[in-house]
Design a protein around this ligand. Structure first.
Ligand code: FUL
Length: 681
């Protein structure tokens, strides 16, 4: 008896001694909830509300609730499409900046029960949360802190209302996976009819700390976006991409520039992974005029690689159309996008292949773990080793152009620098990629020029601790045909461009769909009249077409004579390039343009400076023709989503145009105009 127990104890000691310890975590590390959230990878936003019916991005808060009139509202349609597009959840704008609540809140009258929808018995939050549950999608909410309707906004009373709205939303609609506090605070609004500018300090005014506690008490796994105590971070743009270098670590109190949100901060003490939000159309809300501007499949695929493939989550917005349904173009595009991603990443060329590792920590942490399909098993190096290689033998000449790598993030994000090499006939080469091979994190997918390989080698060059890699895959994805960029320059020469210099492009100028029989692009051509250019890339070998690009070009640049001011290159407003910007001379608030001959004008287009992090975007404007005011208003959300703005009005015949800036989005003194064009009848 005694002998047996001694034996057992010795065996136990022996096993314990041989047991290899896991690497110690490199701080900070994610919570279990953050890990689960990151594993969702893709999910959807829906923007719907009064703005939809007012054709606005930021409602002022003054339109009656009856304006909300969807004719065939169908949340199940949204869910079916979003699910078919491979997205795992939906975040609904329960209240946008106009203050209109999509659920029958007790806190304010300005809500769906005051509309004719279902005779005032409707509740969009209920309908969508039920539909999500029924179809197995997660559900999240966006509740705008800024409220341009509420009379108490900016005063003491609003915080109570806001918190009570949160309370209703977290109490009555089942589990939430995310709660979105938007950061916009534009200042001016209806505010109970006072029409004022009200400024608040977002760091203290909304009581985010208490709001977080309330949400977490009922929804412990919900991720909080925005506010002062978030779990995840905004990626610093509304274009849907994260930096190629993307640390999950971030500290908003130390951030001085948007770029830090895109890259993260290696030295930060908080785990705040990035979320990349973008709309499938230029705007967040539905506008009929954008029906032809739904992002193409190649553009969406590109964003997938630049978000999920850059260690961030992807939040794709669907602007719900006036009917109350997702527009057919958007749904077809999103589903095609999903199919394209699935096709790209279907056949893992490394499946079942065990790599040779330069170093292995020991039992439990062997290199074979990167190929076992188990997320929780990983290859780790010894404590003194923060570099290393994984080498895979492949059938000679295997073609590949994607490598996917995952770090075991429960132990922290470690890799700082790596390389991908292939061998051909005994020589090693780095793959050709435009991506910088720096961080990995939860997931990194590197795209590179298709290359034949006899073997593949991942070279980890620098890390914050021993390597912990839990998955590696490689693929040969089909190259998608790009959508040509159409540009008319100041000399009225039109160029059609894609990255692939050998691509065949066909185009039309009469609005008809381009085919292989349409004019073939041979180089820039003169177009000094109004026309709709449609262009497409064509793969003659496989008889495949890419997505069609459309550009409506109005009267040519030689029609515009800038009266004053003449300094600072006003011609840059008409050069088809939003990155070259006419900055109005200091102190000037308007640009006056005389047309070479009178025209019947029914609108104009203004593109703000497209330069990254540019300022000087006009947010409030007036537009005059021959001294008569024909349009005035706001270019909402132009700071974070600096897309082309199109304004339409009843036709006016005239010659002298005055485009006046009343306010810039950032309240800066300089005013920038990237592109400008009238819309003639
Ligand atoms: C922004 C808002 O101002 C936009 O309207 C939109 O809701 C976007 C997701 O966030 O900050």
């Amino acid at each position: 008896m005694k002998k047996a127990s001694i034996l057992l104890t010795s065996v136990w000691i022996l096993v314990a001694c041989c047991q290899v310890k896991p690497p110690v975590p490199v701080l900070p590390i994610p919570t279990q909830e953050q890990i689960e959230w990151q594993k969702m990878e893709n999910y959807a936003f829906v923007h719907f509300g009064l703005n939809t019916f007012n054709d606005l991005e930021w409602g002022y808060g003054d339109t009656p609730a009856e304006t909300f009139r969807p004719s065939e509202l169908d949340c199940e349609q949204w869910v079916r499409i979003i699910q078919a597009a491979g997205l795992k959840g939906i975040i609904l704008t329960a209240k946008h900046h106009d203050g209109f609540c999509l659920w029958p809140t007790q806190t304010v009258d300005y809500n769906i029960s005051q509309s004719s929808y279902k005779n005032g018995k409707g509740d969009m939050v209920r309908e969508l949360s039920d539909a999500c549950r029924k179809h197995g999608l997660k559900f999240g909410l966006y509740l705008s802190p800024w409220d341009r309707h509420n009379a108490e906004y900016g005063r003491e009373g609003y915080q109570k209302v806001y918190h009570e709205q949160i309370n209703e939303l977290i109490s009555n609609y089942g589990p939430l996976f995310e709660f979105w506090f938007d950061g916009a605070n534009g200042g001016n609004g209806w505010y109970g009819g006072t029409n004022e500018i009200r400024s608040i300090d977002p760091a203290t005014y909304y009581g985010y700390e208490k709001a977080r506690e309330m949400i977490k008490r009922k929804h412990p796994s919900a991720m909080i976006f925005g506010g002062t105590v978030p779990d995840i971070r905004w990626i610093g743009n509304e274009s849907g991409w994260a930096g190629a270098t993307c640390w999950a670590m971030y500290d908003e109190s130390k951030a001085t520039h948007y770029r830090q949100a895109q890259w993260g901060m290696e030295e930060a003490g908080k785990w705040l992974p990035g979320e990349c939000d973008v709309s499938i159309r230029p705007g967040w809300f539905y506008h009929h005029r954008e029906d032809h501007q739904v992002k193409s499949v190649p553009a969406l695929v590109d964003l997938y690689y630049k978000s999920v493939g850059h260690n961030a989550n992807f939040l794709l917005n669907f602007p719900i159309a006036l009917t109350g349904k997702i527009h057919p173009t958007d749904s077809a595009r999103a589903i095609e996008w999903h199919k394209a991603i699935i096709a790209d990443l279907k056949d893992n060329l490394l499946a079942g292949r065990i790599p040779a590792a330069s170093n292995e920590r020991g039992r439990g942490y062997l290199a074979k773990n990167v190929s076992d399909g188990n997320w929780d098993s990983y290859w780790a190096t010894t404590d003194d080793t923060t570099t290393g290689t994984l080498t895979y033998a492949l059938p000679a000449g295997t073609l590949l152009n994607r490598v996917l790598i995952q770090e075991y993030i429960p132990l922290g994000q470690r890799v700082r620098k790596f390389d991908i090499e292939v061998s051909r006939e005994g020589h090693w080469y780095s793959v050709e990629t435009a991506d910088s091979l720096t961080t990995i994190g939860y997931k990194r997918i590197v795209r590179f020029k298709t290359t034949p390989a006899d073997s593949l080698r991942l070279v980890f060059l620098d890390a914050r601790g021993p390597l912990c890699i839990n998955n590696v895959e490689a693929f040969h994805a089909q190259e998608l045909l790009e959508q040509p960029a159409i540009r008319r320059n100041a000399s009225n020469l039109v160029s059609l461009r894609v990255l692939d210099k050998n691509a065949e492009i066909h185009y039309t100028l009469d609005g008809s769909e381009p085919t292989a029989a349409s004019a073939k692009y041979e180089g820039p051509f003169l177009l000094d009249r109004k026309a709709t250019v449609k262009a497409v890339t064509y793969d003659a070998h496989d008889k495949r077409f890419g997505p069609v690009s459309i550009k409506e070009l109005d009267i040519s640049s030689d029609h515009y004579q800038v009266q004053r001011p003449k300094k600072n290159h006003p011609e840059q407003m008409f050069d088809g390039n939003g990155y070259t910007t006419f900055i109005l001379p200091s102190g000037e608030k308007e640009v006056v343009i005389k047309l070479s001959e009178p025209q019947t004008i029914c609108g104009f287009r203004y593109t703000p400076d497209q330069g990254r992090d540019a300022t000087g975007h006009i947010s409030h404007y007036e537009f005059l023709i021959d001294g008569r005011l024909v349009s005035a208003g706001e270019f909402s959300n132009i700071k974070h989503n600096p897309i082309e703005q199109e304004i339409r009005f009843l036709p006016v015949h005239g010659r002298k145009l005055t485009f006046r800036c009343l306010r810039t989005a950032e309240d800066v003194q300089h005013i920038g105009i990237g592109e400008f064009s009238v819309i003639t009848e």
